[in-house]
Design a protein around this ligand. Structure first.
Ligand SMILES: Cc1cc2nc3c(=O)[nH]c(=O)nc-3n(C[C@H](O)[C@H](O)[C@H](O)COP(=O)(O)OP(=O)(O)OC[C@H]3O[C@@H](n4cnc5c(N)ncnc54)[C@H](O)[C@@H]3O)c2cc1C
Length: 361
């Protein structure tokens, strides 16, 4: 969902996972409008709160790192640093990582990390004949990936180099194709309508979205929607229900003969001491300490999760999932604490309550 912040611009919001409602836009496209009663407001109250979740997005200003390095007979392939777009970019980025060993005869290999990057990398390797062992400190449901909303939200940053932009574009398109092909196949990936306030800024940024041509985007005038906004962007978007998606990937890795071992590495030397001579580094924010990448910083985020409300099936200020309604989320750059920010939680709960109470039904 799109949230305003004085300290971060909208592209940063997207890349740090706050920009759930994003995408391409063709303005001037009139819609048939909505019967106001079609959309049921979310009930926002403290007695419906199930839990608060916190995660650290692995953010690199210059973009994610997919790169192969050789260390005395070992091949190390990095795949980390996806900020707030890891659930979106996972298949495309992991495909790019696996391409780095395309000319190597498949054999045993190690994947470090059991978040969405580790799991999609493992699955793509298995499909190409590799025997995979995943080593990770935390497994689902205890990874950052489990905290994500998650909507398919990608947005290139003006700070990206021209060379990286080409990679980003390719990765985003490939990722979208993979997710789309899994709709209705038990991965928790589906289409949903998202609504956000239409502003000049959102129009401009939507145009830069690499998969804009896959969305159905409409603009709605005041009389055509129930929200307390003047002009609204309605976009058919992809929702990735993370608990379902990650569980399914874990099952697939195991069903294809993969092993998942709980193990924490203290430094690069301990990773390189593994018996496998091909190692994929999918450690998210953990890569900073393991491999000394100082560009990699956390962007702390959190959601307050309300009890499920199956009658709500659209995204506006909240994300509806099978396991609950997500309210949030914050984006604190450089913050390592995993403690919930209770002041921010109160602000977002209050904001969501006021928003849904103001809906015309
Ligand atoms: C609040 C919030 C909302 C978000 N919303 C979205 C969204 O809407 N859309 C979207 O696309 N993305 C979203 N994201 C971003 C997304 O969650 C991340 O980009 C993604 O989870 C990164 O995946 P990963 O596999 O690289 O890292 P992780 O999920 O953190 O996995 C890293 C793995 O490496 C392991 N590891 C780390 N260090 C070590 C070590 N030293 N030894 C052994 N194992 C180690 C960990 O235990 C874990 O298994 C959101 C994130 C947050 C926090």
């Amino acid at each position: 969902m799109r949230l305003k912040s004085a300290s971060i611009n909208r592209r940063e919001l997207l890349r740090s996972g706050l920009g759930a409602v994003a995408g391409g836009l063709v303005l001037g496209c009139r819609s048939r409008g909505l019967a106001r009663s079609e959309l049921v407001p979310v009930r926002v109250s403290w007695d419906l709160v199930q839990r608060t979740v916190v995660g650290l997005r692995p953010f690199r200003r210059s973009g994610f790192k997919v790169e192969r390095e050789s260390f005395g007979g070992k091949e190390l392939i990095h795949n980390y640093g996806h900020g707030g777009a890891g659930l979106s970019l996972c298949w495309g980025s992991s495909e790019f990582a696996v391409e780095q060993v395309a000319s190597t005869v498949p054999r045993r290999c190690a994947v470090i990390g059991c978040g969405v990057m580790g799991l999609t990398t493992a699955r793509l390797l298995q499909e190409r004949g590799w025997a995979v062992t995943i080593y990770a400190k935390d497994l689902p449901p205890n990874t950052t990936s489990n905290v994500a909303g998650a909507t398919f939200s990608v947005g290139p940053d003006p700070a990206f180099s021209a060379k990286f932009l080409k990679v980003y574009d390719r990765v985003a398109r490939a990722a979208f194709r993979h997710h789309e092909s899994r709709i209705g196949q038990g991965y928790g990936v589906r289409w949903i309508d998202g609504y956000e306030e239409a502003t000049d800024e959102s129009v401009e940024e939507l145009d830069a979205d690499p998969v804009v041509d896959h969305y159905r985007v409409e603009t709605l005038g005041k009389a055509e929607h129930p929200f307390p906004w003047e002009r609204v962007l309605k976009r058919r978007m992809l929702l990735i229900e993370t608990p379902i998606f990650l569980d399914r990937l874990v099952q697939e890795v195991r069903a294809s003969g993969g092993r998942i071992v709980t193990q924490e590495f203290q430094d690069a030397a301990s990773v390189l001491a593994l018996e496998e001579d091909v190692v994929f580094n999918c450690t998210g924010i953990g890569a900073r300490a393991l491999f000394g990448d100082e560009e990699l910083i956390p962007v702390k985020g959190q959601y307050t999760i309300l009890k499920p409300q199956p009658e709500v099936d659209y995204i506006a200020e909240a994300i509806p999932r099978e396991d609950g309604i997500l309210i949030g989320t914050t984006g604190q750059f450089g913050e390592w604490s995993l403690e919930p920010d209770r002041d921010a939680e109160r602000r977002y709960m209050e904001r969501a309550r006021a928003f849904y109470e103001a809906m015309e039904t």
